[in-house]
Design a protein around this ligand. Sequence first.
Ligand code: PXL
Length: 275
Amino acid sequence: MKRVLTIQDISCLGKCSITIALPIISALGSETVILPTAVLSTHTMFQGFTCKDLSDQIDPIVEHWKKEGVEFDAIYTGYLGTQEQIDQVKEIFRSFRKEGTVIIVDPVMADNGKLYPAFDMDYVKKNATLCSEADIIVPNITEACFMTGMEYREHHDEAYIKELLSRLNEFGARVSVLTGVSFSDGMTGVMGYDRESDDYFLYQNRKIDATFHGTGDLFTSTCVGEIMKGKNWRDAMRIAADYTAHTIEVTMENPDKPWYGVDFEATIPYLINAE
Ligand code: PXL
């Protein structure tokens, strides 16, 4: 069985980061090892959330794993708390990267043109250096704009997205994928660039008029799980985009849906059968 290490926060309530990565990657058939970077009462879209930084636990946990001789087929990072943690994560990449290990970095820090409350431009620059150490990076357009210095545009065309991808490509990852790419009304999806084959991949499906937290984490966790199942990154992105859209649709139908996250629990059977 493949073993994936995911490094991100635990938001106790809120359906994001580890509380999405763990069930999704496990449901797709890989063992999921977690390294929590912080424990928050909720994600940061709630007012008054608590946050306990766990940086001082990272080194002892990693040292123990090294003694146990643990190996990982993939390392997937999402929301991280501080610049120092990014350095710790880079050290983990160095310690555990072996032949065939896939490193996926989702530089979670912003959306809809704005940084999340905990972050500033120094953190953005540091997150860009983490992207340089990845095989696959999966920023949304806002994160990509902050990291590359390009102007954020809600409405965009293919030339703009290709320019963003080309600037992301300079960070050095083999595959750069942009999420939230929409070239026409009613459609949204992803566009990626593969530096080895020098080609682009565009996948669009229906756009549902709703925004929910955690959908980026759902998308990337699905990609990771599918890549571990042996799918190439293009098929993984397509399945993840379809699954995320389907989950948003199912959530919209639930009259009791929580405002803070999607009903991915209800759509896990769909995911398991997705091809
Ligand atoms: O879904 C991304 C995410 C992860 N973790 C925390 C967050 C967010 C988005 O707001 O606040 C703590």
